[in-house]
Write a protein that binds this ligand. Structure first.
Ligand SMILES: NC(=O)c1ccc[n+]([C@@H]2O[C@H](COP(=O)([O-])OP(=O)(O)OC[C@H]3O[C@@H](n4cnc5c(N)ncnc54)[C@H](O)[C@@H]3O)[C@@H](O)[C@H]2O)c1
Length: 444
């Protein structure tokens, strides 16, 4: 293995995980961020967000002097051969992506490369609309120097299992133009040579959007079946989709046993997709398609079904609760295993429920204290669910969890349990719960 010196611009979920994992693979990594609070936290071996085993990797590789964190972009770019761009590409109001962070760092990198003799490889890892890498990043840097090459290498990690996903990739998509660049990638990802998928830069950018569009489609498809089941007596979406999973084209048979691939997790009904990627990327692809005069009725529907999701669920909760008022909402993160609240369906649901004037308390294992957000102004955060459950009318499970399984209710009181993620098994919870879930008319 030949050690490569790498700089990473933007040390958020993608940049920090990429940096920590590449340093763990033996490369020398300088991570950079413009946010000093994040830098100080990383220096103390603590990622500014929760991600399993990430802190251990950071600590180990800082001590081994294979991982550095800085705010000095000149130091980072000058001392490395490869630079990854991992800054944010958030949504603008019209659905397109905000390229300002990408454009800013491209200018900064270009102005530094102007004075560098060695050739630099620049890799765009942020999710960017097809054409961005060549039309913007490459063009900006060409104003300063011709002594660089450019590539696209989108990221497919999932929050909550980001380190594992990075270290056990299913494919590493690389869009580049020169054989020389491919050679560098083989050295960079020397552990995963058989997983490298080379393509054009624009294909690489579009693969990322197509992948997220596909996942979002599975989710909206499942939720649409749930909507049908909620109007038709004696149907149950969970049973129906579980049967779809058994199709051997989805779950192949091995030694007479079905192997359920992870894609079946997306073929489940629930509260809709959220987080920092699926909502943003589907909207951006829609905007991009319209700009190119392409009609995308399927994508329009995938987004519309998801947008309606929380209203439908809140309305159902209201109908079930009738005049009862007290709710404990369990889970505010966009999915289990992360502390990320960006575009969380749980927060959208909370907003809808507050419109009905419910008195809402919140429990989330990741948040013992109330995070800053106006939405929580009139909600208490509770730490002891077992204690608080006695005083409530209803628990709404907004993010997948198992905490409900351990609750004892030693009274004759019946409590409504509304499972918006279809993650609760009736057999393992207290008999005092009346369980409602998604994609069926009545309680189970
Ligand atoms: N989060 C995910 O699960 C995920 C997965 C795949 C792809 N992506 C894509 O990766 C990109 C980054 O996403 P993220 O979730 O890591 O975002 P993030 O907001 O967590 O991280 C971006 C980081 O860039 C830093 N930054 C912004 N401008 C900078 C500058 N000029 N110089 C230095 N640092 C700067 C910010 O301070 C922030 O820490 C996005 O395009 C996203 O769509 C995200």
């Amino acid at each position: 293995m030949k050690k490569i010196k790498i700089s990473i611009i933007g040390s958020g979920y993608v940049g920090l995980v990429t940096g920590a994992c590449l340093s763990e693979m033996g490369h020398e990594v300088i991570c950079l961020d413009s946010n000093n609070k994040k830098i100080n936290s990383i220096r103390k071996y603590k990622a500014p967000f929760f991600e399993p085993s990430l802190n251990d990797l950071i600590k180990k590789n800082i001590i081994k002097k294979q991982f550095y964190i800085t705010s000095d972009i000149s130091f980072a770019v000058k001392n490395t051969q490869i630079t990854f761009i991992c800054v944010g590409t958030p949504s603008l109001k019209n659905g397109s992506i905000d390229l300002s962070q990408i454009l800013e760092v491209s200018e900064q990198i270009g102005s530094l490369l102007k004075y560098k003799r060695e050739k630099q490889l620049l890799i765009v890892k942020s999710t960017v609309i097809p054409g961005t890498t060549e039309k913007y990043v490459e063009k900006i840097i060409q104003k300063y120097t011709k002594n660089f090459s450019i590539a696209s290498n989108p990221e497919f990690l999932r929050q909550g299992s980001a380190v594992k996903d990075f270290m056990q990739p299913d494919r590493i998509v690389i869009g580049c133009k020169e054989n020389e660049t491919k050679k560098i990638f083989r050295k960079l990802y020397y552990k995963f040579k058989e997983k490298l998928f080379y393509t054009t830069i624009i294909n690489s950018e579009l693969i990322k959007y197509t992948s997220n569009y596909f996942l979002a489609t599975m989710i909206s498809f499942s939720n649409e079946i749930a909507n049908i089941c909620e109007k038709v007596e004696n149907t149950d979406v969970t049973e129906i989709l579980n049967c779809i999973h058994l199709d051997k084209r989805i779950s192949p048979n091995f030694k007479n046993k079905n192997q359920f691939p992870e894609i079946t997790n997306y073929l489940k009904a629930g509260g809709g997709f959220g987080g920092s990627c699926l909502p943003k990327d589907t909207k951006a692809l829609k905007f991009f398609s319209k700009k190119n005069n392409v009609k995308v009725p399927l994508l329009d529907s995938v987004i519309a079904i998801n947008n309606d999701r929380t209203k439908i669920i809140a309305n159902k909760i209201k109908q079930v609760l009738k005049k009862k008022k007290r709710i404990i909402l369990v889970g505010i993160t966009f999915k289990k295993g992360t502390d990320d609240l960006r575009d969380s369906p749980s927060l959208k649901l909370l907003k809808e429920l507050l419109k009905y004037n419910f008195k809402i308390e919140i429990y989330d294992e990741m948040y013992k204290k109330k995070p800053k957000n106006d939405l929580f102004n009139n909600c208490n955060f509770i730490n002891n669910l077992q204690h608080s459950v006695k005083k409530t009318d209803c628990i709404v499970v907004a993010t997948e969890t198992k905490v409900i399984n351990n609750l004892n209710i030693n009274s004759s009181k019946k409590i409504i349990l509304f499972d918006t993620r279809n993650c609760i098994d009736k057999k393992v919870i207290s008999e005092n719960f009346i369980l409602y879930s998604i994609g069926r008319i009545n309680s189970i």
